[in-house]
Design a protein around this ligand. Structure first.
Ligand code: C2E
Ligand code: MG
Ligand code: MG
Ligand code: MG
Length: 279
Protein backbone atom coordinates (compact mmCIF):
# COMPACT_ATOMS: atom_id res chain seq x y z
CA UNK A 1 0.00 0.00 0.00
CA UNK A 2 2.83 2.29 0.91
CA UNK A 3 4.32 1.81 -2.50
CA UNK A 4 1.09 2.69 -4.26
CA UNK A 5 0.74 5.76 -2.15
CA UNK A 6 4.19 6.95 -3.01
CA UNK A 7 3.47 6.21 -6.62
CA UNK A 8 0.38 8.37 -6.46
CA UNK A 9 2.23 11.09 -4.71
CA UNK A 10 4.87 10.99 -7.34
CA UNK A 11 2.30 11.21 -10.08
CA UNK A 12 0.62 14.10 -8.31
CA UNK A 13 3.96 15.82 -7.98
CA UNK A 14 4.76 15.20 -11.62
CA UNK A 15 1.35 16.46 -12.74
CA UNK A 16 1.78 19.59 -10.66
CA UNK A 17 5.20 20.14 -12.14
CA UNK A 18 3.87 19.75 -15.64
CA UNK A 19 1.00 22.05 -14.90
CA UNK A 20 3.33 24.64 -13.40
CA UNK A 21 5.59 24.27 -16.39
CA UNK A 22 2.69 24.80 -18.79
CA UNK A 23 1.58 27.89 -16.91
CA UNK A 24 5.10 29.22 -16.91
CA UNK A 25 5.44 28.72 -20.65
CA UNK A 26 2.08 30.29 -21.33
CA UNK A 27 2.94 33.33 -19.24
CA UNK A 28 6.31 33.68 -20.88
CA UNK A 29 4.78 33.43 -24.36
CA UNK A 30 2.08 35.92 -23.48
CA UNK A 31 4.47 38.43 -21.96
CA UNK A 32 6.80 38.08 -24.91
CA UNK A 33 3.94 38.73 -27.31
CA UNK A 34 2.65 41.65 -25.24
CA UNK A 35 6.05 43.26 -25.54
CA UNK A 36 6.26 42.59 -29.27
CA UNK A 37 2.74 43.73 -30.03
CA UNK A 38 3.12 46.84 -27.92
CA UNK A 39 0.22 45.81 -25.69
CA UNK A 40 2.00 46.82 -22.53
CA UNK A 41 1.24 50.33 -21.38
CA UNK A 42 2.77 52.90 -19.09
CA UNK A 43 0.79 54.84 -16.55
CA UNK A 44 2.22 57.95 -14.94
CA UNK A 45 1.94 59.01 -11.32
CA UNK A 46 2.58 62.69 -10.58
CA UNK A 47 5.36 63.66 -8.22
CA UNK A 48 4.65 66.80 -6.20
CA UNK A 49 7.17 69.30 -4.90
CA UNK A 50 6.07 70.27 -1.39
CA UNK A 51 7.80 73.66 -1.56
CA UNK A 52 5.65 74.81 -4.45
CA UNK A 53 2.80 72.29 -4.36
CA UNK A 54 3.22 71.71 -8.07
CA UNK A 55 3.83 68.67 -10.21
CA UNK A 56 7.51 68.43 -11.01
CA UNK A 57 7.58 64.99 -12.54
CA UNK A 58 6.03 61.58 -12.83
CA UNK A 59 6.90 57.94 -12.30
CA UNK A 60 6.28 55.57 -15.19
CA UNK A 61 4.55 52.39 -14.01
CA UNK A 62 4.08 49.41 -16.25
CA UNK A 63 0.63 47.96 -16.94
CA UNK A 64 -0.18 44.66 -18.62
CA UNK A 65 -3.66 43.74 -19.69
CA UNK A 66 -4.21 40.32 -21.24
CA UNK A 67 -7.65 39.38 -22.60
CA UNK A 68 -7.47 35.99 -20.83
CA UNK A 69 -5.47 36.82 -17.73
CA UNK A 70 -6.96 40.26 -17.15
CA UNK A 71 -4.83 42.93 -15.51
CA UNK A 72 -1.62 41.36 -14.29
CA UNK A 73 0.00 43.56 -11.63
CA UNK A 74 3.70 44.45 -12.05
CA UNK A 75 4.51 43.01 -8.64
CA UNK A 76 3.61 39.66 -10.20
CA UNK A 77 5.02 39.83 -13.71
CA UNK A 78 8.21 41.84 -13.08
CA UNK A 79 9.73 39.15 -10.83
CA UNK A 80 8.65 36.61 -13.44
CA UNK A 81 10.24 38.63 -16.23
CA UNK A 82 13.43 38.78 -14.17
CA UNK A 83 13.47 35.00 -13.94
CA UNK A 84 12.64 34.15 -17.52
CA UNK A 85 15.03 36.70 -18.98
CA UNK A 86 12.55 39.15 -20.48
CA UNK A 87 13.33 41.92 -18.03
CA UNK A 88 16.05 43.58 -20.11
CA UNK A 89 13.82 43.88 -23.18
CA UNK A 90 11.04 45.22 -20.97
CA UNK A 91 13.39 47.75 -19.41
CA UNK A 92 14.50 49.03 -22.82
CA UNK A 93 10.89 49.29 -23.96
CA UNK A 94 9.87 51.20 -20.82
CA UNK A 95 12.81 53.58 -21.04
CA UNK A 96 12.21 54.39 -24.69
CA UNK A 97 8.48 54.84 -24.22
CA UNK A 98 8.78 56.96 -21.06
CA UNK A 99 11.51 59.21 -22.49
CA UNK A 100 9.55 59.80 -25.71
CA UNK A 101 6.37 60.58 -23.77
CA UNK A 102 8.12 62.96 -21.37
CA UNK A 103 9.84 64.72 -24.21
CA UNK A 104 6.50 65.11 -25.98
CA UNK A 105 4.70 66.54 -22.93
CA UNK A 106 7.55 68.92 -22.17
CA UNK A 107 7.67 70.16 -25.76
CA UNK A 108 3.95 70.40 -26.29
CA UNK A 109 3.16 72.23 -23.03
CA UNK A 110 6.50 74.00 -22.43
CA UNK A 111 7.23 72.11 -19.23
CA UNK A 112 10.27 70.54 -17.58
CA UNK A 113 8.77 67.49 -15.99
CA UNK A 114 11.21 64.81 -14.90
CA UNK A 115 10.22 61.26 -15.71
CA UNK A 116 11.25 58.42 -13.39
CA UNK A 117 11.67 54.90 -14.71
CA UNK A 118 11.99 51.75 -12.61
CA UNK A 119 14.93 49.61 -13.66
CA UNK A 120 15.56 46.08 -12.45
CA UNK A 121 18.87 45.45 -10.66
CA UNK A 122 19.43 42.63 -13.15
CA UNK A 123 19.10 45.00 -16.08
CA UNK A 124 21.26 47.77 -14.69
CA UNK A 125 24.01 45.23 -14.02
CA UNK A 126 23.99 44.12 -17.65
CA UNK A 127 27.00 44.97 -19.77
CA UNK A 128 26.23 47.84 -22.13
CA UNK A 129 23.46 49.36 -20.01
CA UNK A 130 24.91 52.87 -20.07
CA UNK A 131 25.41 52.78 -23.85
CA UNK A 132 21.81 51.69 -24.31
CA UNK A 133 20.58 54.58 -22.14
CA UNK A 134 22.78 57.02 -24.03
CA UNK A 135 21.31 55.76 -27.30
CA UNK A 136 17.74 56.21 -26.09
CA UNK A 137 18.51 59.72 -24.87
CA UNK A 138 19.78 60.62 -28.32
CA UNK A 139 16.93 58.87 -30.09
CA UNK A 140 14.18 60.50 -28.05
CA UNK A 141 15.96 63.85 -27.62
CA UNK A 142 15.09 63.95 -23.93
CA UNK A 143 17.17 66.24 -21.73
CA UNK A 144 19.00 63.71 -19.47
CA UNK A 145 18.43 66.08 -16.54
CA UNK A 146 14.76 65.27 -16.95
CA UNK A 147 15.33 61.54 -16.64
CA UNK A 148 15.44 59.69 -13.34
CA UNK A 149 16.22 56.02 -12.80
CA UNK A 150 14.78 54.26 -9.76
CA UNK A 151 16.57 51.21 -8.49
CA UNK A 152 15.44 49.23 -5.49
CA UNK A 153 17.40 48.88 -2.34
CA UNK A 154 17.76 45.22 -3.33
CA UNK A 155 20.25 46.32 -5.95
CA UNK A 156 22.69 47.19 -3.23
CA UNK A 157 22.69 43.64 -1.96
CA UNK A 158 24.95 42.30 -4.62
CA UNK A 159 26.55 45.60 -5.26
CA UNK A 160 29.86 45.58 -7.01
CA UNK A 161 32.37 48.19 -8.04
CA UNK A 162 30.95 47.72 -11.51
CA UNK A 163 27.45 48.69 -10.43
CA UNK A 164 28.77 51.75 -8.63
CA UNK A 165 30.67 52.63 -11.77
CA UNK A 166 27.52 52.30 -13.88
CA UNK A 167 25.63 54.59 -11.54
CA UNK A 168 28.44 57.14 -11.67
CA UNK A 169 28.39 57.09 -15.47
CA UNK A 170 24.62 57.58 -15.53
CA UNK A 171 24.91 60.52 -13.16
CA UNK A 172 27.67 61.99 -15.29
CA UNK A 173 25.15 62.06 -18.14
CA UNK A 174 22.90 64.20 -15.95
CA UNK A 175 20.49 61.43 -14.95
CA UNK A 176 19.09 61.43 -11.42
CA UNK A 177 19.38 58.16 -9.51
CA UNK A 178 16.97 57.30 -6.76
CA UNK A 179 16.86 54.46 -4.31
CA UNK A 180 13.36 52.99 -4.35
CA UNK A 181 11.51 51.28 -1.48
CA UNK A 182 14.05 52.57 1.00
CA UNK A 183 13.84 50.89 4.38
CA UNK A 184 12.37 47.60 3.21
CA UNK A 185 15.46 45.88 1.87
CA UNK A 186 18.35 44.26 3.61
CA UNK A 187 20.94 46.87 2.91
CA UNK A 188 23.01 48.30 5.67
CA UNK A 189 23.66 51.99 6.14
CA UNK A 190 27.19 51.24 5.13
CA UNK A 191 26.05 50.52 1.58
CA UNK A 192 24.13 53.74 1.49
CA UNK A 193 27.28 55.68 2.18
CA UNK A 194 29.04 53.99 -0.74
CA UNK A 195 26.15 54.28 -3.16
CA UNK A 196 26.27 57.46 -5.22
CA UNK A 197 22.53 58.17 -5.42
CA UNK A 198 20.64 61.49 -5.45
CA UNK A 199 17.29 60.63 -3.94
CA UNK A 200 15.86 58.33 -1.30
CA UNK A 201 12.31 57.11 -1.83
CA UNK A 202 10.83 56.20 1.50
CA UNK A 203 8.69 53.10 1.16
CA UNK A 204 4.95 53.32 1.64
CA UNK A 205 5.16 50.99 4.65
CA UNK A 206 6.72 53.83 6.67
CA UNK A 207 4.33 56.46 5.40
CA UNK A 208 1.40 54.27 6.42
CA UNK A 209 2.78 54.10 9.97
CA UNK A 210 2.90 57.85 10.41
CA UNK A 211 -0.61 58.38 11.61
CA UNK A 212 -1.48 55.68 14.12
CA UNK A 213 1.86 55.50 15.86
CA UNK A 214 4.16 58.00 17.49
CA UNK A 215 7.06 55.72 16.66
CA UNK A 216 6.02 55.99 13.03
CA UNK A 217 6.68 59.71 13.11
CA UNK A 218 10.02 59.16 14.80
CA UNK A 219 10.96 56.72 12.07
CA UNK A 220 10.03 59.02 9.20
CA UNK A 221 11.76 61.93 10.85
CA UNK A 222 14.94 59.86 11.30
CA UNK A 223 14.88 58.68 7.69
CA UNK A 224 14.51 62.22 6.38
CA UNK A 225 17.32 63.45 8.63
CA UNK A 226 19.54 60.63 7.48
CA UNK A 227 18.88 61.45 3.83
CA UNK A 228 19.60 65.13 4.36
CA UNK A 229 22.76 64.38 6.32
CA UNK A 230 23.93 62.45 3.26
CA UNK A 231 22.91 65.32 0.96
CA UNK A 232 20.09 63.32 -0.57
CA UNK A 233 16.62 64.51 -1.42
CA UNK A 234 13.59 62.65 -0.13
CA UNK A 235 10.49 61.37 -1.87
CA UNK A 236 7.77 59.79 0.23
CA UNK A 237 5.67 57.28 -1.67
CA UNK A 238 2.13 56.11 -1.01
CA UNK A 239 0.85 59.27 0.65
CA UNK A 240 -2.89 58.81 1.08
CA UNK A 241 -3.86 61.00 4.02
CA UNK A 242 -3.74 64.69 4.78
CA UNK A 243 -2.27 63.86 8.21
CA UNK A 244 0.63 61.97 6.61
CA UNK A 245 1.31 64.89 4.32
CA UNK A 246 1.37 67.30 7.26
CA UNK A 247 4.01 65.28 9.10
CA UNK A 248 6.11 64.90 5.95
CA UNK A 249 5.99 68.65 5.37
CA UNK A 250 6.93 69.42 8.96
CA UNK A 251 9.97 67.21 8.68
CA UNK A 252 11.24 68.73 5.45
CA UNK A 253 10.40 65.99 2.96
CA UNK A 254 10.91 67.46 -0.53
CA UNK A 255 8.60 65.42 -2.74
CA UNK A 256 5.58 63.17 -2.40
CA UNK A 257 3.64 60.70 -4.51
CA UNK A 258 0.42 58.99 -3.59
CA UNK A 259 -3.28 58.54 -4.02
CA UNK A 260 -3.85 61.67 -1.91
CA UNK A 261 -2.78 63.65 -4.98
CA UNK A 262 -3.29 61.17 -7.76
CA UNK A 263 -3.23 57.53 -8.75
CA UNK A 264 -1.03 56.54 -11.66
CA UNK A 265 -2.81 57.88 -14.76
CA UNK A 266 -3.11 56.76 -18.36
CA UNK A 267 -1.44 58.98 -20.96
CA UNK A 268 -4.80 60.51 -21.76
CA UNK A 269 -5.65 61.27 -18.13
CA UNK A 270 -2.19 62.63 -17.40
CA UNK A 271 -2.50 64.91 -20.42
CA UNK A 272 -5.79 66.22 -19.06
CA UNK A 273 -4.17 66.80 -15.69
CA UNK A 274 -1.42 68.82 -17.36
CA UNK A 275 -3.99 70.92 -19.17
CA UNK A 276 -5.84 71.65 -15.93
CA UNK A 277 -2.75 72.43 -13.86
CA UNK A 278 -1.10 75.75 -13.41
CA UNK A 279 2.61 75.20 -13.19
P1 C2E B 1 7.32 51.11 -6.93
O1 C2E B 1 8.31 51.53 -7.96
O2 C2E B 1 7.69 51.28 -5.52
O3 C2E B 1 5.99 51.91 -7.30
C1 C2E B 1 5.06 52.35 -6.36
C2 C2E B 1 3.83 51.50 -6.32
O4 C2E B 1 2.92 52.01 -5.35
C3 C2E B 1 3.02 51.47 -7.62
O5 C2E B 1 2.41 50.19 -7.74
C4 C2E B 1 1.98 52.55 -7.39
O6 C2E B 1 0.82 52.39 -8.20
C5 C2E B 1 1.67 52.31 -5.94
N1 C2E B 1 1.15 53.49 -5.25
C6 C2E B 1 1.40 54.78 -5.50
N2 C2E B 1 0.75 55.60 -4.64
C7 C2E B 1 0.06 54.79 -3.81
C8 C2E B 1 -0.80 55.04 -2.68
O7 C2E B 1 -1.05 56.16 -2.27
N3 C2E B 1 -1.32 53.95 -2.06
C9 C2E B 1 -1.06 52.67 -2.50
N4 C2E B 1 -1.64 51.67 -1.86
N5 C2E B 1 -0.24 52.41 -3.55
C10 C2E B 1 0.32 53.45 -4.19
P2 C2E B 1 2.43 49.37 -9.08
O8 C2E B 1 2.24 50.28 -10.25
O9 C2E B 1 1.51 48.21 -8.91
O10 C2E B 1 3.92 48.84 -9.16
C11 C2E B 1 4.43 47.96 -8.21
C12 C2E B 1 5.92 47.77 -8.37
O11 C2E B 1 6.21 47.11 -9.61
C13 C2E B 1 6.71 49.07 -8.42
O12 C2E B 1 6.91 49.55 -7.12
C14 C2E B 1 7.97 48.61 -9.11
O13 C2E B 1 8.83 47.99 -8.18
C15 C2E B 1 7.46 47.56 -10.07
N6 C2E B 1 7.32 48.17 -11.40
C16 C2E B 1 6.30 48.88 -11.94
N7 C2E B 1 6.58 49.27 -13.20
C17 C2E B 1 7.82 48.82 -13.46
C18 C2E B 1 8.69 48.90 -14.60
O14 C2E B 1 8.40 49.52 -15.64
N8 C2E B 1 9.92 48.27 -14.51
C19 C2E B 1 10.29 47.60 -13.38
N9 C2E B 1 11.52 47.00 -13.36
N10 C2E B 1 9.52 47.52 -12.29
C20 C2E B 1 8.29 48.12 -12.32
MG1 MG C 1 9.46 53.13 -8.20
MG1 MG D 1 8.73 52.17 -4.25
MG1 MG E 1 7.72 48.75 -4.72
Amino acid sequence: AAKTKRGNQYRLYRDNMEEANDKWLLLETKLHQALKKDSLALHYQPKIDLKTDTIVGMEALLRWYDPELGHVPPDRFIPFAEECGLINDIGVWVLRKACAQARFWNQEYSLSLRVAVNISPIHISTHGFVDMVRKIITETAIDPHLLEIEITEMSMLDYTEELINTIKQLRALGITISLDDFGTGYSSLNYLKKFPVDVLKIDRAFVRDIVPEKSGIAMISAMISLAHALNLQVVAEGVEEEAELKVLREHGCEYVQGYYFSKPLSVEDFTNLIKQSSF
